[in-house]
Ligand binder design. Structure first.
Ligand SMILES: Cc1cc2nc3c(=O)[nH]c(=O)nc-3n(C[C@H](O)[C@H](O)[C@H](O)COP(=O)(O)OP(=O)(O)OC[C@H]3O[C@@H](n4cnc5c(N)ncnc54)[C@H](O)[C@@H]3O)c2cc1C
Length: 405
């Protein structure tokens, strides 16, 4: 068995892996190497309850401070600068070398920015706590905020800023907001609510350039020049693969390529969470997911594999978003050739079922968390059930699931 395991990255994947290693009896040296100064914290509240002031920083912690000592997990606040796989060592940015027997890369992702982008104090991204502190500080009544990108983070920030009294505009290049995340009917429900909260949403807006100085920001695009106080870029994320790539580890679909147990192409090195491209449920095609539940569950599964367990990961995609009073949850494919609706899009909770041919490949809910368990089972089973039954919301999904057994 290995004497020493190092995990690079102290997000939910890194911390969950450390916890699982201890739970499964690993007694050797265990280090989490994390470049951020803070104790490991949770990211989902950064755009929601932390930004709005409902949660404070200490409420974001993934584990209480004493957990690290209690579990003999050494937390080292340093950046890993280079991997030396042949020496099973890591070069630290501040100088020094750490040796490992097994290494887990849980380096996460970073915010995507446009080509040629130059940072400015008034142009923000939102990936870490330092970014969130800046975002939270600008949320004053009357501030003009333009969000570039109407994806999940963009729309969550739009809701938070609108509720704080900012003048919010969303510039979305596509046809509708949250296009990659939910089917059109749910985009419509959310867009209507945003507009009711005085958020301006401009679809099919192509941003050309963004330039900021101490007093404001100028955006050009779609034949216009827009002046604003702040810009937040919500253009998605890119896996943090630099360390692995420089060490010659195989990269695919923008992530660190791993097998079903989390092994990279380099012996003794594993990868997990947002940074890893793993064999997905769709016939083992490599895929990368950026969501909290996957990061936690994949990390636990890879941790067990590092200790010799041979079970492959078989997680299913599950993402949520909170905007105003809406809780949206999505499982499996967020879109498909047929989308069936259960419920009324104009009022109350609703659920959508996403079908390829006759098979359920995904589902989404709005304020309908009770359906979560049943949807999970239907999607995992890729169930084939008649459309009439699925659309009949008088038949509970739990009853439909029972017919599968
Ligand atoms: C604002 C925001 C809101 C979100 N909301 C939701 C949500 O509502 N629902 C949902 O399902 N998901 C949400 N997500 C996504 C979810 O948080 C991520 O999928 C999850 O955090 C991924 O965890 P991770 O551990 O793989 O990576 P990360 O959380 O990114 O952690 C990686 C860590 O590694 C560190 N690191 C990287 N390189 C090095 C290095 N060379 N040396 C040392 N340390 C390094 C990074 O600084 C970082 O701390 C949200 C993300 C953000 C940013």
């Amino acid at each position: 068995m290995a004497d020493s395991i190092i995990i690079i990255g102290g997000g939910v994947a890194g911390v969950s892996a450390a916890e699982e290693l201890r739970k499964c009896g690993f007694n050797g040296n265990l280090t989490i190497l994390n470049e951020e100064r803070e104790l490991p914290y949770d990211r989902p509240p950064l755009s929601k309850s932390y930004a709005s002031g409902v949660l404070d920083e200490e409420e974001l912690l993934l584990r209480p401070p004493e957990w690290y000592e209690d579990h003999k997990v050494r937390l080292c606040h340093e950046r890993a600068a280079r991997l030396l796989p042949h020496h099973r060592s890591i070069e630290l940015a501040g100088g020094g070398l750490l040796r490992y027997d097994l290494l887990l890369l849980a380096t996460g992702a970073r915010a995507r920015t446009p080509a040629g982008f130059e940072s400015s104090s008034r142009i923000l991204t939102l990936r870490n706590l330092a970014d969130a502190r800046r975002f939270r500080a600008l949320l004053h009544h009357g501030q003009r905020l333009h969000l570039v990108g109407g994806g999940v983070i963009g729309m969550e920030c739009a809701a938070t800023a609108a509720l704080a009294g900012c003048q919010v505009t969303v510039l979305e290049a596509g046809e509708r907001i949250m296009e990659r995340f939910v089917p059109p009917v749910i985009s419509d429900v959310l867009a209507t609510t945003h507009r009711r909260n005085a958020v301006t949403i401009r679809e099919r807006f192509r941003v050309g350039s963004i330039a900021g100085n101490e007093s404001g920001v100028v955006i050009t695009g779609s034949g216009e020049v827009i002046e604003t106080d702040w810009v937040l870029l919500g253009m998605g994320a890119k896996a943090e693969i630099g360390l692995a790539q420089a060490a010659g580890i195989a990269i695919e679909v923008g992530g660190i390529k791993v097998d079903g147990e989390g092994r990279t192409s380099e012996p003794g090195i594993f990868a997990t969470g947002d940074c890893a491209a793993f064999p997905g449920p769709d016939g083992g095609k490599l895929i990368r997911w950026e969501n909290w539940t996957h990061a936690r569950d994949h990390a636990r599964s890879v941790a067990r594999a590092m200790l010799g367990d041979t079970c492959s990961y078989n997680g299913i995609c599950w993402v949520w978003s909170n905007q105003y009073d809406f809780n949206v949850q999505v499982t499996g494919q967020s879109n498909a050739e047929t989308v069936l609706l259960r419920g009324d899009q104009h009022q109350g909770p609703l659920t959508t079922l996403h079908l390829e041919g006759n098979r359920i490949v995904g589902a989404a809910t709005v304020n309908n968390p009770h359906d979560k368990r049943a949807l999970h089972q239907l999607v995992r089973a890729r169930a084939t059930i008649s459309r009439e039954i699925l659309e009949d919301s008088s038949i509970p999904l739990s009853e439909i699931v029972r017919t599968l057994q």
